[in-house]
Design a protein around this ligand. Structure first.
Ligand code: FES
Ligand code: FE2
Length: 305
């Protein structure tokens, strides 16, 4: 990487990148108010504690840190009205929509009421995923969610595969806590060298894929930069091109690729702020979106769909 000035923000982003959309939860994890399941859910993204609550189908997100003594509201959810969230400690009560302090249980006439505001975060729910814009308090209006998702591919392209934001798309997945910095997740997902680990997986065996032991980049066309002023911004691997040589065997180590079928041509790309996109994987007509959501500097959530 020669352009150190462009690389620097990533190198310094131990805790993740602010002012981006992140998937916080799968929709099924955030029950309708009063329904079965947790009435509110607390998460942490890029070091920011966030509490989510769903009322009448709408998901709201506030900073999970009371303005009074800083406790997490999600530790002991206290939902006294349908439009507020109350701190369980001394009863500071915040408007769900904008975080404004609307009441204090222990001080009903307090002059602070209406004067201070807990930060609220924009939420967009798309096909079973709850995205939160984790922005600085003074950021202003967020960009559209699409600026932080892999772009949709034209239906005529050989790389077409369904997109999680497609109308009516069915998104299934899991969210797992991983004890590593988020950038290790991103770099592993994008690194073609890691396909060696897939060769004996049930998925590959069941498909009968002739998965190479590795894919060796040959030439600068192996990686392409995909940039736009208003996003999405990413970097891509063109596996099915001349820019990669498959490694079929390693005679000295007695290794060779398995199976007799050819895998559907897939392509991987990595998108700001943390999404790996694998087209036509695990089979043609499917797509994998894996988000390496930073929690803190040593932990991330791998949210794969
Ligand atoms: S800490 Fe929340 S009201 Fe006191
Ligand atoms: Fe992989």
């Amino acid at each position: 990487m020669n352009d150190t000035s462009a690389y620097q923000p990533y190198a310094e982003a131990k805790w993740g990148l602010m002012n981006h959309w992140y998937p916080a939860l799968f929709s099924a994890e955030l029950a309708e108010d009063g329904g079965a399941g947790a009435p509110v859910v607390g998460v942490q993204i890029a070091g920011v504690p966030i509490v989510l609550r769903r009322v009448d189908g709408v998901a709201y997100a506030l900073r999970d840190e009371c303005l009074h003594r800083g406790v997490k509201l999600s530790l002991q959810p206290t939902c006294l009205t349908r439009s507020t969230l109350t701190c369980w400690y001394h009863g500071f009560t915040y408007d769900l929509a904008d975080g404004r302090l609307s009441a204090i249980v222990v001080s009903p006439e307090d002059p602070l009421i209406g004067q201070v505001q807990l930060q609220s975060y924009p939420v967009v729910e798309r096909n079973g995923l709850v995205f939160v814009f984790v922005g600085d308090a003074d950021f202003g209006s967020p960009p559209p969610l699409e600026s932080d998702l892999p772009p949709m591919v034209d239906a005529a392209s050989r790389h077409w595969s369904p997109h999680l934001a497609d109308d009516g798309a069915i998104v299934l997945g899991i969210r797992r806590r991983v004890a590593s910095n988020w950038r290790l997740g991103c770099e592993n997902g994008f690194d073609p060298g890691h396909i060696f680990i897939h060769r004996n997986t049930t998925l590959v065996r069941a498909q009968g894929w002739n998965m190479p032991l590795g894919l060796r980049p040959v030439g600068s066309a192996a990686v392409s930069w995909l940039e736009a002023d208003d996003g999405p911004n990413g970097v891509g691997n063109e596996f099915g091109s001349d820019a990669y040589l498959p490694v079929a065997e390693h005679p000295e180590l007695g290794l060779h690729s398995l199976g007799d079928a050819t895998p559907a041509g897939s392509r991987t790309s990595m998108w700001m702020p943390c999404c790996l996109h694998v087209e036509n994987f695990p089979q043609r007509g499917l797509a994998q979106f894996e988000f390496y959501v930073p929690v803190d500097d040593q932990t991330h959530e791998s949210t794969g769909s």
